[in-house]
Design a protein around this ligand. Structure first.
Ligand code: ADE
Length: 230
């Protein structure tokens, strides 16, 4: 898989790619991630990337030409899925991460400033928001999307099963987990987990996942009930 990230702040992105699972994924060639500073593609004398809005108003607007030039500089950009990060996009979730992880090539644009020149939208296939709040730019949002995709690529997580058991992957939150010590400040690990009865443990975990989802995320619980009927 190849991911290209278009940003004005490559140094916000690059360090995040050099640790933990993102490092593993790139180092072992599961994914090729290229970070481009699209300021370099501005045709203006001072390499400007923004301008004041037509019709007046506060703030600056991201200009179309540096973005499109940067996009076109990417090899095989015609065949890539082009994503624009914006709070106006569709809300991101695990199902969307799973769909995106099946793409061969993704290009992500991180915006800054008050907004995009509306014409930029014509060059992108999908607009994604990571939630109903506004960040100062799309970099952190893009990293959240990239991280969630990369960990789903087979082989990236050392234990493939763990991606399938994640919270959300079957519309349920994850069951409670424990590790040593057996008792901490009077709080004990549930006996069932020490019983060695694998079937009973699996049953307990499943029931806990359902119970937890029902209490914490009634919306997900409802989705789970509907999925069960299918
Ligand atoms: N840029 C600014 N806020 C954002 C958000 N919530 N999601 C995606 N991109 C953004």
């Amino acid at each position: 898989m190849r991911i290209d990230i278009l940003t004005l702040f490559p140094d916000m992105i690059k360090p995040a790619l050099s640790h933990s699972m993102m490092w593993r994924a790139t180092h072992y060639g599961f994914v090729n991630i290229h970070v481009h500073d699209f300021r370099a593609f501005s045709e203006s004398k001072h390499k400007s990337v923004d301008d004041s809005p037509y019709g007046g108003g506060a703030g600056m607007v991201l200009r179309v030409e540096p973005v499109v030039n940067a996009l076109r500089s990417i090899e095989n950009h015609e065949h890539a899925l082009k994503i624009l990060m914006t709070p106006q996009g569709i809300t991101y979730n695990q199902t969307r991460a799973e769909t995106l992880s099946k793409n061969e090539h993704i290009i992500i644009l991180c915006g800054h400033y008050e907004g995009y020149d509306e014409r930029i939208r014509d060059y992108f296939d999908v607009e994604i928001s990571i939630g109903d709040y506004v960040l100062t730019g799309g970099e952190i949002a893009a990293l959240a999307v990239v991280d969630s995709i990369v960990r789903l690529i087979p082989g990236v997580l050392s234990n493939d099963a763990s991606a399938q058991e994640d919270s959300f992957s079957n519309a349920l939150l994850e069951y409670p987990q424990y590790t040593r010590p057996r008792v901490y400040e009077g709080k004990s690990v549930p006996d069932i987990l020490l019983s060695g009865h694998h079937e009973e443990i699996a049953k307990w975990r499943f029931e806990e996942a359902v119970r937890r989802t029902k209490i914490r995320r009634p919306d997900l619980y409802q989705q789970y009930q509907e999925n069960k009927k299918k």
